[in-house]
Design a protein around this ligand. Structure first.
Ligand code: AGP
Length: 368
């Protein structure tokens, strides 16, 4: 990936649009396309059957990738996962069992807290595996196993293509874990690999929603607060959406598990408050719809990100419904990340902030 903006106004826009290619490159490394199998298991210095618990540690957007991976490891490999942000992990004396697996996720591979967490884990005799974008980085060098994301240089402070790259690597790892532990059959693996191989095409299709998202961003840009809601793997994506919006547009945004709405945030909802609902048609879709009804009843403006089936069954009135391509639900976050990123990007462009270098932020946080 050449380090220039090509014909884009910002690096962030270019990086959002590079995602089909990033996913293709990452797949080429981790998937045997002909055999339709994950290529990973043979090269790992541990066997997933010997691991009782996985700990995942990262900061910011990378921690949301870890949070989504937790659902995958639980669902596909029936493994218990503990997730921490690195600044908490490093100071809370976490209990790690010798021989277990600690995963560290970092685009830069230089984030101070994540690096310190890795160094702590190494003193506890666990296997350390890092998912990093920069293969020469400190975190890559100091980890027992390195799984690279092939995002190329990410210049925009807001992480976009590195995030989906991390998700792809973690998805492949979770499938490998499920297979190694006997939780997934050969045909399950083939089915899931086929779903992964569809992702570049689905992301390219999701990019097609950009003109519509640009219009919605006009509404968002006028707002003081925005709420993001999701359930299941869409919950960490809601957190990611809120982070993305606040860091580049400076609009206050919060992500919530949709089921938590009644436990507090519903008090914020008044006339025209924008609420972004991330809701692919999965087994919790109708639960999220009932949360949308609660928002609509209080005059909130719903921006729904869903698929054709979801759009036809969502009863609440929406300000906009962004219809994404149909896909199997498991890996939906990789595709739903696209409208989430585009919405933040266009809102920031409309407000006129320095999108690639927002105030007070550094691309890589190498000090505490
Ligand atoms: C993402 O948009 C942020 N700029 C930030 O949260 C970032 O993901 C975090 O600082 C972690 O960085 P790393 O992946 O390089 O470790």
């Amino acid at each position: 990936f050449p380090v220039d903006k090509a014909n884009y106004r910002h690096f962030m826009a270019k990086e959002i649009h590079e995602q089909p290619e990033v996913m293709g490159r990452t797949l080429a490394r981790y998937v045997d396309v002909t055999a339709e199998r994950i290529k990973l298991s043979q090269e790992l210095p541990f066997h997933f059957s010997d691991i009782q618990r996985i700990s995942i540690t990262a900061c910011g957007t990378a921690s949301y990738a870890g949070s989504i991976a937790k659902y995958w490891f639980e669902q596909l490999a029936r493994m218990s996962v503990e997730l921490d942000v690195a600044s908490e992990f490093r100071y809370r004396e976490p209990l790690l069992r010798k021989g277990d697996l600690a995963i560290f996720i970092s685009q830069s591979g230089e984030t101070a807290d994540t690096l310190a967490a890795l160094r702590y884990a190494k003193t506890q005799q666990v296997h350390t595996l890092s998912v990093v974008n920069v293969p020469t980085s400190s975190i890559a060098r100091e980890s027992e196993t390195v799984l690279q994301t092939f995002a190329g240089p990410e210049i925009g402070v807001a992480s976009t293509k590195a995030f989906t790259g991390q998700l792809m690597v973690l998805a492949a790892l979770a499938v490998a874990a499920g297979k190694a532990r006997g939780e997934l059959s050969e045909s399950d693996e083939i089915r899931l690999v086929r779903e992964l191989l569809e992702i570049p095409r689905l992301i390219a299709a999701a990019l097609g929603s950009e003109p519509q998202i640009e219009k919605v961003a006009r509404e968002i840009a006028k707002s003081r607060d925005v709420l993001y809601l999701g359930r299941g793997t869409s919950f960490p994506l809601a957190l990611e959406g809120a982070l993305k919006l606040k860091e580049i547009s400076y609009i206050h945004a919060e992500g919530y598990a949709a089921g938590e709405l009644k436990h507090g945030p519903i008090a914020l909802i008044g006339e025209n408050m924008p609420v972004v609902a991330i809701a692919p048609y999965d087994q919790v879709f109708h639960k999220t719809v009932s949360n949308m009804q609660e928002v609509a009843a209080r005059g909130g403006n719903i921006i729904l990100m869903t698929d054709a089936k979801g759009a036809s069954e969502a009863i609440a009135h929406t300000l906009a419904t962004i219809v994404l391509p149909d896909m199997a639900a498991t890996f939906a976050p990789m595709v739903y990340a696209i409208p989430v990123q585009l919405l933040a990007y266009h809102a920031a462009v409309m407000i006129g902030t320095d999108v690639d270098q927002p105030r007070n932020l550094a691309k890589s946080v190498t000090v505490e």
